[in-house]
Design a protein around this ligand. Sequence first.
Ligand code: UDP
Ligand code: MG
Length: 322
Amino acid sequence: MQATTPCGQPDLVSIVVPFFNEADGIELFQHTLRPILDSQPQLRFEVICVDDGSRDGTLDLLLALSRLDRRFRVIELSRNFGKEAALTAGIDAASGDAVIPIDADLQDPPELIAALIAEWRRGYDVVLARRVDRSADSYLKRTTASLFYKVHNQISTIKVPQDVGDYRLMSRAAIEALKQLPENQRFMKGLFAWVGFRSTTIDYVRHARSRGETKFSGWRLWNFAIDGVTSFSTAPLKVWTYIGGAGAALSLCYAAFIVLRTLILGVDVPGFASLLVAILFLGSLQLISIGVLGEYIGRIYLETKRRPTYIVRQRHGDEHEP
Ligand code: UDP
Ligand code: MG
């Protein structure tokens, strides 16, 4: 990996940060990040701050920051599009030789940036930051996350590495590959994994959120997990063929058993309970399978509209070329 671009300038590293109602944490964020960037004088940095429709003064603070430090640029989205869309907006705007997405709440420690860059220098296109200690996350979040990774990786062709979030470094080549993926329902962790490239992993301990509260409630996480599975696996669609087949086979066996029993022992009083259980059970199975179809059809519907993933209201700080 070169330390300078062909025209002799030091390499440019883009840090991409999505912000949604993070006003309380911006001061601490910039106080932590800026000295770390200053400590790497052999590189140029741009920090792309994406304001994802915040309603708490985040934008004004970001604009003040970009006036104070010309490395900070602000992309203001027209409303809240969600973290995946905000990240996409930032990555699209990044012009660095390497791009590092990082959360605004300091849960992804910026101290790791130097180590990420060092691995990139050694020739890796993707440097993953893996959380070895997630005790800062709640027990429920840890167990459901781990269950999600297990199920997802079992049924998808693309394996999403366990305990790796969006915090990572990606080279320009990997970013260009990522930008070729046209879908607008973007499960970034899966898309990152899909593009491949030579990758390595470094470990870190996940801290608690610096300020404010998580933007991902249980319900939002559940939908996020469904997005992940439906984006990279068709197994939930196909499984019904096998469940249906197994059900049909069992029903045939039971039918044969009833016929034989009637022939041998004569007519029996039919059991209402077993009838009711069978009807309710099969009815529920059918509803579940229709629900699964709905999940996929809904996504096909959204995807066919070809709406953009995000809308930029205004870009600020572009005049300060990195
Ligand atoms: N975020 C965003 N848009 C949203 C929700 C979150 O840009 O709709 C940003 C948020 O500001 C933060 C990052 O995504 O920088 C991660 O969010 P959060 O810390 O709430 O998620 P958690 O770490 O709890 O998974
Ligand atoms: Mg967080």
